[in-house]
Design a protein around this ligand. Structure first.
Ligand code: NAD
Ligand code: MN
Length: 353
């Protein structure tokens, strides 16, 4: 079996705790892997003046099969010369699809039952092209403007990803597939209108003829996420709507500590948790490592290590069942000990076959 070469980019805050925890689990299930430690993040920026060194990008492109990313601490005030490295990485590696499975866990008290959906978020444009401008009116008042770019090309390729996932899930779960198009075309008929039209055009392709298509305005989509999340199968959304809905969806399955994501391009994947660097709990060894461990599982799945990925999820389920969880889920495990328990249950699951 070829050794996987995986870039490890913990970056900031709890990223530095949850990424090593996920590495421990991947190694435990016997995946042959060489980790390549790579720099990025706000802390790195403060020391070196750059948030995403070119060497990190080059190493990923030239000598890695995939990467595991932790989280960055992007400040909310403007910092000269700083720009979020994960947003840049998604763009530089053309990781155009952000795939976020959201699934109920039977043993998590705050999880609603019966949720099993995938949020497919466009990952390269929308407001996150970050073209912002500040001007001043004649009367001296500031006006800030941002470009929101929606292209037919990017909308079509994200639509294909969403419909392919819906087809795959329909087969796997032996029931009809459904794609929900999230937009606000009633207010933004040009930008969101183009997204909507393009996704609808893709839905007409013969490969997708059995997939049910529905539309949901983004605000009522948030409402439905809290009221009736069980009714979703695959959601496809422009970048920012997908970002916002993902955190809401995480809330109804028990919290941000549980939900993973995969940034996928045509031939590369950077997996990461949906959550951020959680400065309020960073350095305390209490962050829930499950989101990042699941992200590693998504990455392994995409790299052809299905069996290991399934064992890891079984290990997580067993840990949840036994209440071997971190504080956010009411348990008393540390980040590290929670990962160790998941690892041992995953190994047991592998042995059972
Ligand atoms: P956050 O996701 O970091 O945290 C939100 C809340 O959830 C906090 O109370 C935190 O303690 C909790 N939480 C998050 N992950 C957890 C885990 N694994 N276990 C237990 N609790 C967890 O969002 P925020 O507080 O709005 O943002 C903090 C920083 O993270 C900001 O600087 C922001 O820019 C950055 N951020 C980065 C990413 C990324 O790297 N992709 C994503 C979102 C936010
Ligand atoms: Mn987010």
């Amino acid at each position: 079996q070829d050794t996987l070469r995986i870039g490890s980019i913990p970056a900031d805050g709890i990223g530095k705790e949850v990424v090593p925890a996920a590495q421990l689990v991947v190694e435990a299930v016997g995946v042959p892997v060489k980790w390549i430690s790579l720099d990025a993040g706000f802390e790195y920026f403060q020391r070196h003046g750059v948030a995403l060194p070119q060497s990190t990008v080059d190493t990923l492109i030239n000598s890695c099969d995939g990467a595991l990313f932790g989280a960055v601490s992007s400040p909310s005030h403007r910092v000269e010369g700083y720009s979020s490295p994960i947003v840049a990485l998604r763009k530089k590696l053309d990781l155009f699809a952000n795939i976020r499975p959201v699934i109920s866990s039977p043993h998590v008290p705050r999880s609603l039952p019966g949720i099993n959906c995938v949020i497919v978020r466009e990952n390269t444009e929308c407001l996150y092209v970050k073209e912002e401008q500040l001007t001043t009116t004649a009367s001296g008042h500031k006006v800030a403007t941002a470009t929101r770019r929606i292209s037919q090309e990017a909308s079509a390729r994200i639509a294909k990803v969403a419909f392919d996932i819906a087809v795959q899930r329909a087969r796997e779960f032996k029931r009809p597939g459904k794609v929900t198009i999230v937009h606000k075309a009633n207010v933004l008929p040009i930008t969101d209108g183009l997204f909507r039209e393009t996704v609808l055009a893709v839905s007409k392709e013969s490969a997708y003829k059995d997939i049910i298509v529905e539309e949901q305005l983004v605000d009522s989509c948030v409402y439905r996420t809290f009221i009736d999340p069980q009714s979703f199968d695959v959601l496809v959304a422009p970048n920012m709507y997908g970002d916002i809905i993902s955190d809401g969806a995480a809330a109804v399955v028990g919290g941000l500590g549980l939900v993973p994501s995969a940034n996928s391009g045509n031939n590369f994947v950077v997996a990461e948790p949906v959550h951020g660097s959680a400065p309020d709990i960073a350095g305390l060894n209490i962050a829930n490592p499950i989101a990042t461990i699941r992200a590693a599982g998504l990455m392994l799945q995409q790299l052809g290590h299905d069996k290991a990925a399934r064992a890891i999820e079984a290990g997580i389920q067993e840990s949840l069942r036994r209440g071997q969880t971190t504080k956010d889920l009411g348990g008393s495990e540390s980040t590290h000990s929670a990962a160790e328990k998941i690892a041992s249950h995953a190994v047991a699951a592998l042995a059972r076959g």
